[in-house]
Design a protein around this ligand. Structure first.
Ligand SMILES: Nc1nc2c(ncn2[C@@H]2O[C@H](COP(=O)(O)OP(=O)(O)O)[C@@H](O)[C@H]2O)c(=O)[nH]1
Ligand SMILES: [Mg+2]
Length: 197
């Protein structure tokens, strides 16, 4: 099965662990435990009638004291969600540090990046509006427009992961013209039916 590593980057308390918990286990907690070091989850996503891919979702304890772990955390990642909290301006400013850390450690242009706004259920506390996030996402070469989510209500959470998967497929995979199997662009023939690219 094709496997891809996805990382989540963003300030502590931005909602990384909550986004993953909503997506993978369909739960939400107001008192999410702090992530210690690095945690990780797997999920299968069906990409056509008879093909799944597996995404490995890595969650970083977004605390300065864990930044030493960052190089091994991002190593091999195909995609990154970069999170800001729509109710917290500092979290948006902090994005530049996370982008910098990613750039230092992996091939930035060859990585799918999507900006994720979190906590939109707290509409009365919102301080970051979408046009500003769109500007920033362009500045950092993100693949598509920011997606605003709520891990609490579940709004746009699944959509965000599906969109990310879609972008990974576009960047990394080819669909066989003959049998519709997806396979890595590194291959010059379909591993299932042998069709030459
Ligand atoms: N209202 C609301 N609170 C959220 C949401 N996502 C996360 N939180 C809360 O924000 C806090 C930090 O979340 P957490 O997932 O631990 O952030 P992390 O440090 O980035 O992993 C917790 O108290 C969560 O319950 C959301 O979508 N809506
Ligand atoms: Mg966490």
């Amino acid at each position: 099965m094709l496997k891809f590593k996805i990382i989540l980057a963003g300030a502590k308390d931005v909602g990384k662990s909550s986004l993953i918990a909503r997506y993978c286990d369909n739960v939400f907690s107001e008192s999410m435990h702090d992530t210690i070091g690095v945690a990780f989850k797997r999920k299968k996503i069906q990409i056509n009638e008879n093909q799944d891919i597996e995404i490995n979702i890595w969650d970083f304890g977004g605390d300065l004291k864990y930044r030493l772990l960052f190089p091994s955390y991002v190593n091999g990642a195909s995609a990154a969600f970069i999170l800001y909290d729509t109710t917290n301006r500092e979290s948006l400013d902090d994005i530049k540090n996370w982008v910098q850390l990613i750039r230092e450690n992996i091939n930035y242009d060859n990585t799918v990046k999507i900006l994720i706004g979190t906590k939109i259920d707290l509409e009365d506390q919102r301080v970051i509006h979408k046009p500003e996030a769109i500007e920033i996402s362009k500045q950092y070469g993100c693949s598509i427009e920011p997606i605003e989510t709520s891990a609490k209500t579940g709004e746009n959470v699944e959509e965000a992961f599906i969109a990310l998967t879609h972008e990974i497929i576009k960047m990394r995979l080819r669909e066989c013209k003959s049998c519709s199997e997806y396979f890595t662009k590194k291959l010059k023939f379909c591993p299932k039916c042998g069709e030459i690219v």
